[in-house]
Design a protein around this ligand. Sequence first.
Ligand code: AP5
Ligand code: MG
Length: 219
Amino acid sequence: MRIVLVGPPGAGKGTQAALLAKTLSIPHVSTGDLFRANISQGTELGKLAKSIMDEGKLVPDEVTIAMVRDRLHQQDAENGFLLDGFPRNTAQAVALDGILKDFGIALDGVLDLEVPEDEVVRRIAGRRLCRNDSAHIFHVLYNPPKTEGVCDVCGGELYQRSDDSEETVRTRLEVYHTETEPIIEYYAKQGLVTTIPALGKVDEVTERAIAALRENAND
Ligand code: AP5
Ligand code: MG
């Protein structure tokens, strides 16, 4: 399956993507995680992305699209992928169509996670991530680790993202409304979008997501 996951910052895309990727046996491709890996490795791309991400703005399309093109050329993406955080504007959506066309493939669906703004703010405020693997996501209240500051999965150190400050979150939400929401309409015109409420327990949302993807596949 080739799926795009869309939703505001803090909606639970990374949390759901990790679970869905496992269930569907496809790689989870998160542009945010790819940028964060580049930042921690100190690459040129990481140096470019860091200050832009800390402001809550979008990394330029050329570099983002090139990074995704490279990632989708890797062998593990041959039979499907779950894109999280890409595309993030119409230009990226058009570019993705081009990349997939070159492969002779198309998207199977776009899953839109709907969460009210006050809840995304609460989710982001309490989020903690594992330094070893950003797929290991916790929340101080909603999904607390067994030992404070320590990842349950691998024992790694938990940290708070530098772009999770109140001011940056405000910008990220604005960017989401102006730049990213239009892609929902773009994909809706292609009959690809299923919107699911992403409130409730993590596993309830996963069940809703899997049911929506199955229904979409049977259409
Ligand atoms: P990115 O890393 O993609 O961030 P985002 O889109 O803002 O989304 P988040 O990762 O903040 O939230 P999420 O939806 O993954 O939620 P999570 O599962 O963690 O992008 C960061 C930056 O990189 C961008 O601002 C931009 O600068 C750059 N960038 C990335 N992609 C780009 C692109 N394509 N083009 C240009 N620039 C790009 O969950 C949040 C919290 O909620 C966690 O604590 C979790 O435990 C908790 N939670 C999850 N589900 C539930 C639930 N059901 N109930 C209660 N709590 C829950
Ligand atoms: Mg994420």
